[in-house]
Design a binder for this molecule. Sequence first.
Ligand SMILES: Nc1nc(=O)c2c([nH]1)NC[C@@H]1CN(c3ccc(C(=O)N[C@@H](CCC(=O)O)C(=O)O)cc3)C=[N+]21
Length: 203
Amino acid sequence: MLPQKQRENTSCTFLGPNLPDVWVLSENTSPHTLTTGSSQSVDDGHSATILEGTSIATEIKLKVAEEISRMKSEIGKFPKLVVVLVGDRRDSHRFIDIKLEACEKVGIETVVSELPENCTQKELLDVVSSFNDDKDVHGIVVQLPLPQDPSNEEFQSTGDVCFEEAVKVASAITPVPGGIGPVTIAMLLSNTLDSAKRAFGMF
Ligand SMILES: Nc1nc(=O)c2c([nH]1)NC[C@@H]1CN(c3ccc(C(=O)N[C@@H](CCC(=O)O)C(=O)O)cc3)C=[N+]21
């Protein structure tokens, strides 16, 4: 794997819709009309689409916000997500804050359930189970790592593939860091919305 710094030498450009970081409702944003992505040609003629995750995430979040707004005005209900945190890791608090802020921006209600570092697996499973039985809860996230889990934070935040090698053969690729994080958040919102739609019988 090449060191992170060598990425700065790649000559690809990232194209995106350059949307503002506010959730203005738009009538024609659809996940089926994602405009994000550019092409990077390699010497042998192979061309990979560079996915610009931050812009894709923005488009998904706009669409989710718009649908939730409509849900609220039509049936007076909205999605609810529970985040379970075991222990007190600083990085977990940070990742949870990003999720909570994203939920707030699109109109998803959140509850954070904090368990002590030394809680048992059964206690955790019981908590998850009780939220699972709550019909007003549409999504549950258990923030990892759990205590004693070996952490693989470094892998996740610096990428798990050699970009310069993979771009030669992949049909689509995104640099990391550069959008995986925001897209996972956007999909969390989107999946919570889908779950709420099923719960409310909106298809
Ligand atoms: N157990 C675990 N849980 C995680 O949630 C987790 C993880 N490990 N490992 C690392 C990644 C990275 N990650 C990000 C999520 C969103 C943004 C994101 O939305 N960033 C915004 C800025 C958001 C802000 O800073 O407020 C942006 O880049 O535009 C970034 C990074 C979660 N991670």
